[in-house]
Design a binder for this molecule. Structure first.
Ligand SMILES: Nc1ncnc2c1ncn2[C@@H]1O[C@H](COP(=O)(O)OP(=O)(O)OP(=O)(O)O)[C@@H](O)[C@H]1O
Length: 288
């Protein structure tokens, strides 16, 4: 099968921070959410995939095109929305589109102006006069107008109002319906993962803690609550636990051995995975 995105053993060093051995693939027709705490390396990974940072080692392929050896074809398949605006601030959306459309053989200016009108972006206003959310919408209009196969978005919803945030979810969902496109997006909003992601990658301190389908994630783990003694009975299925003044909560592997031990068993939320997979003291976290 031809993957839309292949990230193979990617390492990237930035002063004191390192991305270490990031390795995953994304099939056509799917959305992957990238989550992790502040500073976990989401933007660094996204910038590396977009070729904005030189990677140290490893390979990135987009629709089979190697980002180093076949850069223009690889980048031609990419649409991006970045937290930090990469376009020219002193130019309008329309002028930016005229300038950068030359990099994309399938750029459709009519489509771009239609998206600008749908998203309420004044195409003639300089970017520096637009709000953060409107710049995100402009980037989105541009990314949607050149038949990109891979959309890479760094916290696209962060500057958006709740109404457009919901529309963005619908746009993302529509974008992959044809089955030949995929999306990788980072977010701190766990409801976005709940709503649209098929796959989830969790980063912690530059390391890839887990990449799996959301279905598998919810199938494979449970949150249990009970006394310290009862939770102790669930070892070695315990991934991590936190001690509250009233009970102990733990993320455990969903195995038969966790049943009938007198613990309350719940399906985890994305926030639970974030907590247990991106805490240093995964073994134990105590509320004081
Ligand atoms: N250009 C740079 N030079 C040196 N260090 C950097 C640079 N850019 C980022 N870093 C460091 O790399 C680490 C990862 O940052 P990154 O922005 O990738 O994290 P993030 O997961 O996107 O964070 P956030 O959720 O806060 O946006 C941080 O410790 C940051 O200080």
């Amino acid at each position: 099968m031809e993957y839309i995105l292949e990230v193979e053993n990617v390492n990237k060093k930035l002063d004191t921070f390192s991305l270490e051995n990031i390795d995953f693939k994304l099939e056509p027709g799917f959305i992957m959410g990238l989550i992790g705490r502040n500073g976990s390396g989401k933007t660094t990974l996204i910038n590396t995939i977009l070729g904005l940072y030189q990677k140290t080692t490893g390979n990135v392929r987009i629709c089979g095109h190697d980002l180093c050896r076949d850069e223009s074809r690889a980048k031609g398949e990419l649409g991006f929305v970045l937290d930090e605006n990469p376009f020219l601030e002193d130019f309008s959306s329309l002028d930016n589109a005229r300038i950068y459309s030359s990099y994309y053989k399938n750029f459709n200016m009519d489509m771009f102006t239609r998206y600008c009108s749908r998203f309420d972006v004044d195409p003639k206003r300089k970017l520096k006069k637009l709000s953060k959310g409107t710049i995100i919408k402009f980037q989105l209009a541009f990314a949607l107008s050149h038949d990109a196969k891979l959309f890479v978005m760094d916290e696209p919803a962060s500057g958006l109002d709740p109404v457009f945030r919901r529309e963005l979810m619908e746009i993302m969902y529509d974008a992959i319906l044809s089955g030949d496109k995929s999306i990788l997006f980072s977010t701190h909003l766990t409801e976005e993962i709940d709503m649209v992601a098929d796959y989830v990658t969790i980063l912690h301190e530059g390391k890839q803690v887990i990449t799996t389908s959301k279905e598998e994630l919810f199938e494979s783990y449970r949150v249990v609550k009970g006394s310290e003694e009862k939770i102790q009975l669930l070892q070695p299925s315990v991934i991590g636990k936190k001690v509250t003044p009233y009970y102990v909560e733990a993320l455990v592997k969903n195995e038969e051995s966790i049943l009938n031990k007198g613990c309350q068993i719940e399906i985890p939320t994305i926030a639970d995975f974030m907590f247990y997979f991106s805490t240093d003291k995964r073994e134990e976290f105590t509320y004081v």
